[in-house]
Design a protein around this ligand. Sequence first.
Ligand code: SF4
Length: 391
Amino acid sequence: MIHKKDKMPNDVVDSAIDNVSNKILYHYAKNEADIEVLKSVMEKYPVKFTSYLLKLFENSEAIRKQFLPSCLENKTSETPTPFEEGIDASETYGLERLYRDRVLITPNFDCPAYCRFCYKKSNVMHNKNAMTYEEIDTVIKKVGAMDEVSGALVTGGEPFLDIDKLFYLLDKLATLDNISVIRIGTRTLLTMPQIFNDELCTRLASFNKISSSNPYKSKHLAINVHFNHPDELAPEVLEACNKLTSKGILLRNQAVLLKGINNDLKTMQHLFNLLIQNNITPYYMNHCMPVEGSDHFRTSLQKGVDIYKYLCTESSTAIPHYVYAPSTGKMHVGPDSKFEYIFKDDIRYIKIKTLYKASEFKEITKKSLPPMHNETKDGYIEGLYIDGDDL
Ligand code: SF4
């Protein structure tokens, strides 16, 4: 049984916010005027973090910067919310399909902590209701009928915000013949590592079922974790990670490239090597999405290449995929990638020809092409991606 106190980590969250002093909340204010700016930032993009993060703030500027509000959030190049999620992401609540072979299921749209570079901090996102059990049943029925889909990514928001509901969903997914790979995307290993008790980890591990007699019948569950800086690998965090990996659960890290936090070779090398050393696979280095109020976190795409090409001279076990995510699907960047730039209204865009066919996109997502995208003569999607800067 999962205990009630584990099911409701919101009490942990609320206690952190209730007890937090203005000194913490206005950490980045230099004067009274800054405090006023921060108040307006928080009106638009509320602040939330857990009591465990509060403890980590004491010793790490890299962690504070990711969760405490900054006056810089008020300056934005009016970039759109990626994926238009929260408005009309899908005709089935909580289910999204952007790729032919996998779906995204969001049982909870809220998070126990709002990362300042993520679109989940916006009011549009965290005010969305969690999926009901009936809505999960509807999603399962739909996914079961999608023959080409073999993978399900359970993400958020934070799937571990309601553990009973998460297992209800996992149990149902495990019964689907077409679903062989389940991934859970979470940042709770950092925000609430205390919830990963033996019971929870054993239950998660039970979804790994390898059939030695017939590999086509095997089922696999992995967890996508999210660490951006070596400071995040604190003892309690690694203890929770180790509980999962020691039970055979693969942890893959999705880092985000963040200006002022990890946009230098040394920090990234350090992070990826520490991850490997602690049984966590460096999986992605994501370019920071063009989210409103996150301009100050966004490096140029080229900055990531400069870091990446040096990473590629090292052991390949410590090299993640470097990717960026226009609204039409993930794009990979290599160590020798070159970009074509377009300038419009003082904003620098990267012109991209995606890997995805426009007809396929429309058929799978049941949506038309997003703004700033169109179809090429040979049927692929091309579009513009807002670049960051290195100032
Ligand atoms: S990065 Fe993850 S944990 Fe942070 S706000 Fe976004 S969805 Fe929530």
